[in-house]
Design a protein around this ligand. Structure first.
Ligand code: DSN
Length: 425
């Protein structure tokens, strides 16, 4: 671990004990340093977050909750978990917090375990409309263990079809109603979902994995206090470690805790818990608020640039950290474009667009987000430059000379914006 204090190790370093893995990590560092990372669910965690996540806390087993463990020797672990929960609760104004879910999917599974039984009806947004696998999509166990009803977006403007959601809820009366998305570029109306859930007596769950950093900073309306349960990963706009968390009303504390442990998981990943605490502290600062605002400004600037260059954006633009670009009019499939962009040092993921005639593995679009470039301090000027590069790559996706030239330009720009958490290379 690379800490500020001088450490003398009695063991040889990883570079000597496992040069293969060491070399791959070094290559990944260079990749993350020299490329423009636009996958909206990725980010750069701070050095502090990485130090906590790579710490000796990984050596501990701590089944249970603070001061009610099945293992001894928990003095530090209890204090760390309490601090993590307290910081997250204060940041979001949550009545109860559980930071033990291993990631976002386990957090969502815990909600099913707490409030539904196999065969019950549940409801969420369909994956091709921008929902998540765990919101009841067929290939997920949430779509096969439960009777999952799926709402989507409107055909004319690709905005969430709240009327359809209400009608389906009234018809099927789900026990759980999920809202939240992984590829939706607009503000989510949590109040509308609250009223739908109330009409049918459903538990309302808001999955804010993508936007939790924006919510913490007040840049996106918060569902905390409106939804019965709020789930999130901790590594996207929140800029923490790979992990998950659940916030809920006090009334649901017992059900949620029991579902996470012993319902679904064993011992929590204490190194992740500590790193979540570090991230929550960072997210409470004025700098983080400014960061979250800049994420959205940069996304809007990039969306404008792409619009001006004839790209078709789902819903026409963005209000948050991401956009989905339908490449049909450019005659380039999403996967082909994403691969060419990667060769040019611009990392995105291919993505289905609403009502996509193509397959999920070879869809019509790409998904682009600005959390990671904003963490490096890039601004609207860089966002617009990136838009121009994306246009060049899509137009010349088979021209390796163009891709190589752009990769060099990207690397040069990246060298001016050191990434948090990475050694200076
Ligand atoms: N985390 C999701 C994303 O990339 O948006 C997928 O589960």
């Amino acid at each position: 671990m690379n800490t500020a204090k001088q450490i003398t190790w009695h063991e040889p370093p990883l570079a000597e004990t496992d040069p293969e893995i060491f070399a791959l990590i070094e290559r990944e560092e260079a990749y993350q340093r020299d490329t423009v990372r636009l996958i909206p669910s990725e980010n750069y965690a701070s050095r502090g977050v990485l130090e906590a996540a790579g710490s000796v806390l990984s050596n501990k087993y701590s089944e249970g909750y603070p001061f009610k463990r099945y293992y001894e020797g928990q003095a530090q672990i209890d204090a760390i978990e309490e601090l993590a929960c307290k910081r997250v609760a204060e940041l979001f104004g949550a009545e109860h917090v559980n930071v033990q879910p291993y990631s976002g999917s386990p957090a969502n599974f815990a909600v099913y375990a707490a409030f539904a039984s196999p065969g019950d009806t549940v409801m969420g947004m369909m994956l091709p409309a921008g929902g998540h696998l765990t919101h009841g999509w067929g290939v997920s166990v949430t779509g096969s263990f439960f009777k999952a009803v799926q709402y989507g977006v409107r055909e004319n403007d690709h905005l969430i079809d709240y009327d359809q959601a209400r009608n389906l809820a009234k018809e099927h009366r789900p026990k759980i109603l999920f809202c939240g998305a992984t590829a939706y570029p607009r503000i989510i109306d949590f109040q509308a979902f609250r009223s739908i859930a109330d009409e049918v007596g459903a538990i309302l769950v808001a999955d804010i994995a993508h936007i939790s950093g924006l919510v913490a900073a007040g840049v996106h309306p918060s569902p905390v206090g409106l939804a019965d349960v709020v789930t999130s990963t901790t590594h996207k706009t929140f800029r923490g470690p790979r992990g998950g968390m659940i916030m809920c009303k006090k009334a649901h504390r017992k059900a949620i805790n029991k579902a996470v442990f012993p319902g679904l998981q064993g011992g929590p990943h204490n190194q992740t818990t500590a790193a979540i605490a570090v991230a929550a502290r960072e997210a409470a600062t004025p700098e983080f608020k400014a960061y979250a605002q800049k994420i959205v400004e940069n996304a809007k600037a990039l969306a404008e640039e792409l619009n001006a260059r004839g790209f078709r954006l789902v819903t026409g633009g963005t209000d948050n950290h991401l956009m989905v670009v339908d490449l049909t009019n450019k005659g380039v499939p999403g996967k082909t474009a994403a691969k060419a962009l990667d060769r040019a040092g611009i990392v995105v993921n291919s993505n289905t667009v609403p009502f996509d005639p193509r397959t999920p593995f070879d869809p019509s679009g790409i998904r682009i987000g600005t959390p990671a470039i904003t963490s490096r301090g890039m601004g609207m000027g860089e966002a617009k430059r990136i838009g121009a590069w994306i246009d060049d790559v899509v137009t010349h996706h088979e021209d390796e000379a163009v891709l190589t030239r752009i990769a060099a330009e990207v690397k040069e720009m990246c060298s001016q914006f050191p990434a948090p958490g990475l050694p200076i290379g």
